[in-house]
Design a protein around this ligand. Sequence first.
Ligand code: ATP
Length: 305
Amino acid sequence: MSTAAIDVSALTKRYARITALDAIDLVVGQGEFFGLLGPNGAGKTTLISIIAGLTRATSGRVRVMGHDVADDYRSARRSLGVVPQELVFDPFFTVREMLRIQSGYFGLTHNDAWIDEIMANLDLVGKAEANMRTLSGGMKRRVLVAQALVHRPPVIVLDEPTAGVDVELRRGLWHFIERLNRDGHTIVLTTHYLEEAQQMCSRIAMLKAGRIVALESTRDLLRRIGGIQVAIRLRGALPPKLRDQVIEEEPERVVLRLSHPRDVGAALQACRDFGSDVEDLEVGPADLEDVFLRVMSENPARSLA
Ligand code: ATP
């Protein structure tokens, strides 16, 4: 078996009164496009900053491409490109200078050809000589992505890369990240845009209050937990026995979540038996947002002390 891109074992992080990560085990294989999802405060950023060697774990260990992030920090760090959530820059450098400085951290002195290629791919060429302070938030985020890539790391971790980025920029960014993944880079991503995660990630971990509460391929998550959605236009009331399955409700239209297509017939029959007419019906797969809400509601937050 090849070395895992990221191997997290029994990882715990405690702050004074909070257990931000509670004995997490997680293996991300090389070449995966992996999503790390969870509500605010679930522990995603803490996990990423331990993987990046920026925060020390309380216990447990993390390896990046086989290198322990604490004992073999330099090799682990070389294998990793991190796009942080927060936009922190020295405002007086130009984009090109920033990327050269970052290359210097990794001992790369003749890196201009690659810097040019990254800038071209991220549509930053026109801003190469612009000072960081003059860039818009979306452009700054592109520079963060560029910075993470200067040393051609095999593993790329992106913490909310599209926060505050407009639709067009977002599409361009995804296009590029997808290409990096096709070229063999492992991608680990956190995002609150579940639609994006559904589209991009082949496997997903859901975190809640420092614990992994779901870890599966995106397809299996959608199928196993999501089931199907049935939108029914109804003349009359919804039978009480279908109440538990309601996801959305408007006057005369209700969306139900059913486990399996074979349950549709029984749901329609229940409406008819109740004296309500089904005027229209639309059946479709559940989306990741439904799955996420369901997983979160089925796993109540535990006491974290
Ligand atoms: P978000 O989606 O809002 O970015 P997150 O999933 O990344 O959230 P973390 O930032 O990892 O969550 O935070 C996990 C928990 O650890 C939270 O309860 C947070 O308040 C706490 N925490 C994070 N950093 C510190 C710190 N330096 N000191 C104390 N508590 C912290």
